[in-house]
Design a protein around this ligand. Sequence first.
Ligand code: FAD
Length: 366
Amino acid sequence: MKIGICGSGVGGLSTAIGLLSLGHEVAVFERAPDTRTTGAGFNLWPNAGRAIYGLGLKEQYRDISVQLDRYIELDTEGNELFSTDTSHWPKTYGAPAVGLFRPELARMLSDAVGLENIRFDHDVVSVENAGDKAICYFSNGNSYEADVLIGADGINSHVREQLIGGVTFRPNELYAYRFRSVIDLSDIDVDPAAQTGFYAREGWLSFIPIGKGKAYWFGSVSGAESFDDFIDFFSSWTKTPIPETLRNTPAELLVQSPLQDVDGIPYKWTHGRIVLIGDAAHPMMPDMAQGASQTFVDALAIRDAFAETDSAEEALVAFERRRHEVAKAVVKISQKGLFLGPYNVDPLAIRYQNEIEPLTALRDRI
Ligand SMILES: Cc1cc2nc3c(=O)[nH]c(=O)nc-3n(C[C@H](O)[C@H](O)[C@H](O)COP(=O)(O)OP(=O)(O)OC[C@H]3O[C@@H](n4cnc5c(N)ncnc54)[C@H](O)[C@@H]3O)c2cc1C
């Protein structure tokens, strides 16, 4: 089959890898001029690892990621609030929780797809079904006709907008922004094999090692609109490594992302021969770090659905049946906020074990 994919993020590239492995002709269209080289760190859970292994990238994934053996939460004075051992997760869940550097993940995926299959500077402006084909139109006036089109164009998906209209986002109730950057692990006094978070009710910051002597930090503060507000909030946390970390973070390496929340996911992902995946299909708050993990699971599910039938329509329906309810449940879990936040919910590692993994009662579903 001839398959066009709109977007070369985590979802577009991993879906391309699975479909290329089945022998399909795949073209990925990306509006940016090149492979993503920006971004900070990423936290991926065992369900992402299982999907990546399933796509045949186990060795490459191990090379670019750091296994997280502990999950630690501390208060503003550095006293332990909670800790749990996650070193057994590879055995228990089939893959570890990891930290990695996002540009390296992008490079791993684009190497596996092959640059000859990615067309940069292709901005998708519209899509349509046309009999037993689907057509994608670009801002440069060109078009691409395929047997199947996959909308993997992210949280503000143009393909989704075309198919079902807008999804209404609202600013997150407590935190408007997530601040992130990368630093040298040797500059901070934290466990090099753990995710370590420091928490108060109004704000928090977490460190995750990402390999090659680096770690990334990420956090949010209620009411902080700028990096200066963020730094001010933590200035009195002198018994933690945070004030020094923020002092050592050059402003040009800082990433500030708005946090958008949704009330639900699109009720339907498949429209004729066009389907949504990844953030386009299930936009979610990053609090559970499940956005990309769920997207990798989509990619494996698409690959499996196309392996089971020669009918494009049947494959898309099977994919959506396998994934829609699970993704919807994960979006809800991701909306609960963080440990010691206003909702006072369980720490993330506990929620992963108790709420996300059980959704995988059938291991191949997630
Ligand atoms: C602050 C923050 C932190 C996060 N941290 C984590 C984390 O630690 N772990 C985790 O699992 N998830 C995390 N996420 C979520 C994760 O980034 C997303 O879930 C994941 O990137 C979704 O992949 P995607 O391929 O669907 O979309 P994206 O990765 O956004 O890729 C979409 C691609 O489509 C392209 N595109 C968009 N429009 C068009 C168009 N019209 N034409 C052509 N191309 C187009 C874009 O340029 C982009 O390359 C985080 C999100 C945020 C905001």
